[in-house]
Design a protein around this ligand. Structure first.
Ligand code: F6P
Length: 520
């Protein structure tokens, strides 16, 4: 039996004890618990004291991390080793946010010079668009960007824009992901093609949804501006030849690399629309915040590492206590897209059933993630969190100081965040009135940002990236591929051929009946 097997067994025994123990009781049993389980790094505060683990359980989880090789895996990640084995690639998103002068290498080959060169082009482009030096085909300055992309080419930039956008932006930024034509139609409504840039983002430049939307947006530009419309096309891709063939002028094609996973790509030129619409200072602040979290993750011992301890708390719930769902509730309207971003980050990265070397994973892997902004979620799904039959751990994210608005309202928001964590853990015993009884003992993590700055947002996103990586190491899976999304794409192409009458492919009877109904 390996050390990791021993640690997994110990986890299961420890979790049996945790299942019947009151979290609130641990504070008396373990003086200094709140302080000991509150960590700080890169401007973030993380309180893990309302998790169901005892001091001994935390030690045991750290043993599991060590025995699973987290330290060596972390080293390999930063060294640009082939951590994405099924695609034979490193995963070097940290190189994208490292300051100039860094020396990241992908499989031994230096990548930092190329990263810096692209970053310099992004900056020059962003500044030229903002100053009006780079204007549209008719000479008018750009006032809007339509960012077209899906999955990793959409969720990160959308989150950043929503979190950091000025109340009255100089350049409006709109997003289109869905192939549902409604989304593009809404995004284009009210825009003047002569003052709009269309930024198409696709790592592969083959994604059906993105190409469909990009072609429609190009047609919209060309209908108004003729051939000159192509000066309004920007393309971001790891396949720049395809981007050029689409029509974007050479100096408006921005490359990134196959060692950047889609859901880890917002730090690359995938974030270009945000760099333009927010300005370079904000975008570089975002990179700096993420780099600070990288430095912390790389250097901190495991028992002081925020990403590691957050991962261990989640694994304690997922594997020890068998909890398959986690809620994420940002008490900040500007962070309302965080749950959607984390759904891709965590579920696409770690929704795997075989190990990196192809054997069945002997443990449960990624929890399903859902959530919405607080306090809105309190009036929707919190009933189930407090009194449902399943225990659903919650990540609460709060921001101390509001960027705008009434400080009194902000205090109410914070009071709700803190009170919900308390209510979940402490509950309210009402044996005489079962309807009003709150069982409590429901775990939460509490993440606090001082202010929603670009730096804090960068650190927050990087925290979750590395947390996801650590979980993948514990489970022995490859967090950087996503083969599970392929079958649906292939079948969608076949069904489309059937719907268009170009083919009559065989399908199961249910599918056949649906196709027949849609064609009728
Ligand atoms: O949903 C699958 C996926 O491959 C994601 O991993 C990726 O972020 C998204 O599609 C978009 O891919 P692309 O950037 O190549 O258009």
């Amino acid at each position: 039996m390996t050390d990791a097997d021993t640690a997994w067994r110990a986890l299961s025994a420890a979790a049996d004890a945790a299942a019947t123990r009151a979290i609130a009781g641990l504070f008396d049993a373990e003086p200094g618990r709140a302080q000991r389980l509150t960590l700080e790094a890169a401007g973030l505060v993380l309180d893990l004291s309302k998790q169901p683990w005892s001091r001994a359980d935390v030690a045991l989880m750290l043993d599991l991390a060590r025995a699973s090789g987290v330290e060596a895996a972390r080293e390999a990640l930063f060294a640009g080793g082939i951590v994405n084995r099924s695609e034979g690639r490193p995963a070097l998103h940290m190189a994208l946010r490292a300051p100039d002068g860094a020396d990241f290498r992908a499989g031994g080959v230096p990548v930092s010079p190329e990263v810096e060169a692209t970053r310099a082009r992004m900056r020059a482009f962003a500044e030229a668009v903002r100053s009006g030096a780079r204007a549209g085909a008719t000479g008018k300055p750009f006032r809007a960007i339509v960012h077209i992309g899906i999955g990793g080419s959409d969720l990160g930039p959308r989150l950043i824009w929503e979190a950091l956008r000025p109340l009255q932006p100089q350049i409006d930024l709109r997003f289109v992901a869905n192939v549902d034509p409604a989304e593009l139609a809404q995004a284009l409504t009210g825009l003047d093609p002569a003052q709009t840039l269309v930024v198409t983002v696709s790592k592969t430049f083959t994604t059906q949804e993105t190409l469909t939307n990009a072609e429609a947006a190009r047609a919209w530009l060309r209908a108004a501006l003729g051939e000159a419309a192509d000066a309004h096309l920007v393309a971001v891709s790891a396949a720049p030849d395809r981007a050029r063939a689409f029509g974007a002028p050479q100096d408006q094609v921005f490359a990134f690399w196959d060692w950047v996973g889609g859901r880890y790509s917002l730090w690359s030129a995938v974030g270009l629309s945000c760099a333009v619409a927010l300005g370079w200072e904000a975008f570089s602040g975002l990179l700096a915040g993420a780099a600070a979290m990288d430095d912390h993750f790389r250097a901190a011992p495991l028992d002081a590492s925020l990403p590691t301890l957050l991962a261990l708390a989640h694994v304690f719930n997922r594997n020890g206590l068998g909890r398959p769902i986690r809620a994420v509730v940002p008490y900040a309207q500007r962070l309302r897209l965080l749950p959607a971003f984390l759904q891709q980050l965590e579920m696409e990265s770690n929704g795997k059933r075989v190990t990196a070397d192809g054997r069945p994973v002997p443990h449960a892997t990624a929890a399903a993630v859902f959530g919405d902004a607080g306090t809105n979620g309190q009036h929707a799904f919190f009933q189930l969190l407090h009194q449902g039959t399943d225990v659903i751990p919650v990540d609460i994210v709060a921001v101390r100081e509001a960027r705008e608005g009434d400080p009194a309202a902000q205090r109410k928001l914070l009071a709700n965040a803190v009170a919900q964590a308390e209510a979940l853990m402490v509950g309210r015993a009402m044996p005489e009135d079962t309807q009003r009884h709150f069982p409590g003992n429901r775990p939460s993590s509490f993440l606090l940002l001082d202010r929603l700055t670009p730096e804090a947002l960068g650190a927050l996103i990087a925290l979750y990236e590395h947390k996801t990586f650590v979980e993948g190491v514990l489970w022995g899976i490859n967090s950087f591929d996503q083969w599970g999304v392929e079958l649906g794409k292939t079948l969608a192409a076949r069904v489309l051929a059937d719907l268009e009458g170009a083919a009559a492919n065989p399908h199961d009877p249910s599918t056949q009946a649906l196709i027949a109904r849609l064609k009728a």
